[in-house]
Design a protein around this ligand. Structure first.
Ligand SMILES: *Cc1c(COP(=O)(O)O)cnc(C)c1O
Length: 422
């Protein structure tokens, strides 16, 4: 477009500028370091870098580790980081203090939480899960049921209630993700938790794609156990520690299947027999990775003074605007099909589309500095992290996609880009 051409997207652009100006999160983007000119739509896989992280890490390395040395376990709060961070993460997912611990990875936490839930319902032998769950969640469940001689029942989400109605008396645990990582569909956490409870089963949720961007309301929904990821919308950095939630009513009975020394009531007594801590610390395993925890702690500071309801409404505004822009801009016969529900109550914080040339689209979008990701074979995911993504970014991405699928451009074949993330 030359300076004299009229802007072909003037109306959408005006709307985007207006929505950005009126956003309850206006200004939070300044809390992040982002390369200029990049439209970053992968915060659902690796959150961007909050400015607060760099100085916090420098302090942890230089002063705390370099100078204060071993005394830092107490004087700099290292030992309690899993619990202090746990309460801060808990506040973001609707958990009162004392029920969340930040520890290990999502995969490990999913194992400990699901294993603990099964022990709480050891008289039953069926584990119910969403058939479309993230591979790690499924692999862990496969392993758990194989080791215990139980039965795993993977069911499409739309069929979960029917199975609970038919075989509810056998179901020990309903274990599933809050948001489908492929489609971006948000599942009914309160409703499915209540349905599980009605038949005497427990509900364990993986909040990897909702923590930090959706009001999860764990306590309000009476969820039993949950886990979530530290490096997606919580921006804790690559491989950031994850978290486990155990509802207060279960804490006295819950058993950690990996009872390392830090989960003991008095770790430094070095007792011969394991005596678990009374509280959520019983879900700890080993020594916390202090540098990673420091990064996550600094990252969480972006939420200070924010209301999760505002974060959620900003997220829905972004995904809704992006869907509207696609409706307006995609040429007929573009080959693009939207996978993500239009219904806001069933939408997480990403928009996924399918296209036969998805690998080429992801690569060509990246060449235009629009970073998305591919889920093979044909899904392009656009993640909207509302603290640093704007409506103008959404418009840029929609315009780029429309151009790339227009005018027969979609017929060129391309090798698959090498991209990782989850
Ligand atoms: C991202 C994600 C994970 C990540 O697990 P790691 O242990 O961090 O590799 C697990 N489960 C779900 C549903 C995820 O979206």
């Amino acid at each position: 477009m030359s300076p004299t051409d009229p802007d072909p997207h003037a109306e959408l652009r005006t709307r985007a500028v207006d929505l950005d100006a009126r956003s309850p999160l206006a200004g939070t983007r300044e809390l992040f370091e982002l390369p200029s000119g990049v439209v970053y739509l992968d915060g659902n896989s690796l959150g961007a870098l909050p400015r607060a992280v760099r100085p916090a890490l420098a302090d942890a390395v230089t002063r705390q580790w370099g100078t204060d040395l071993i005394g830092s376990w107490e004087s700099n709060g290292w030992w309690d980081l899993p619990l202090t961070l746990g309460d801060r993460v808990g506040a973001l997912v609707g958990a009162a203090p004392g029920q969340v611990v930040v520890t290990d990875s999502t995969t490990v936490d999913w194992f400990t939480a699901c294993s603990a839930a099964l022990d709480l319902r050891s008289d039953r032998r069926v584990v119910l899960t969403d058939a479309a769950s993230f591979p790690t969640d499924r692999y862990v469940l496969d392993s758990l049921v194989a080791r215990r001689g139980l039965e795993l029942l993977p069911v499409p989400v739309t069929g979960l209630r029917a199975v609970l109605a038919e075989r509810g008396a056998e179901v020990a645990v309903l274990a599933m993700s809050h948001v489908d990582y492929r489609t971006g569909r948000l599942h009914d956490l309160p409703g499915l938790t209540a349905a599980a409870h009605e038949v005497g089963a427990l509900a364990v949720w993986d909040l990897s794609h909702s923590a930090g961007v959706i009001e999860v309301g764990l306590d309000r929904a009476d969820v039993d156990l949950a886990v979530g990821c530290g490096y997606k919308y919580l921006n804790g950095g690559p491989g950031a520690p994850a978290f486990v939630y155990v509802a207060r009513r279960h804490l006295p009975h819950v058993v950690n299947p990996l009872p390392g020394w830090t989960s003991a009531a008095d770790p430094f007594a070095m007792e011969r027999a394991h005596r678990p801590d009374d509280g959520i610390a019983r879900m700890r395993i080993g020594t916390p990775p202090v540098l990673s925890m420091t990064a996550l702690g600094a990252a969480l500071s972006v939420y200070v003074g924010l209301d999760l309801a505002d974060v959620r409404s900003a997220s829905l505004s972004l995904t809704g605007f992006f869907l509207d822009a696609l409706d307006e801009l995609l040429p007929t016969g573009s080959g693009v099909a939207v996978l993500t529900p239009r219904d806001p109550s069933a939408r997480g914080s990403q928009v996924s589309v399918t296209h036969p040339d998805a690998p080429r689209l992801v690569r060509d979008l990246a060449a235009r500095a629009v970073l998305t990701d591919l889920r093979r074979p044909d899904i392009v995911r656009f993640g909207f992290a509302p603290l640093y993504v704007t409506h103008l970014d959404a418009l840029t991405a929609a315009v780029a996609l429309a151009e790339l699928v227009g005018d027969g451009a979609a017929t060129a074949q391309a090798p698959e880009p090498a991209l990782v993330g989850c």
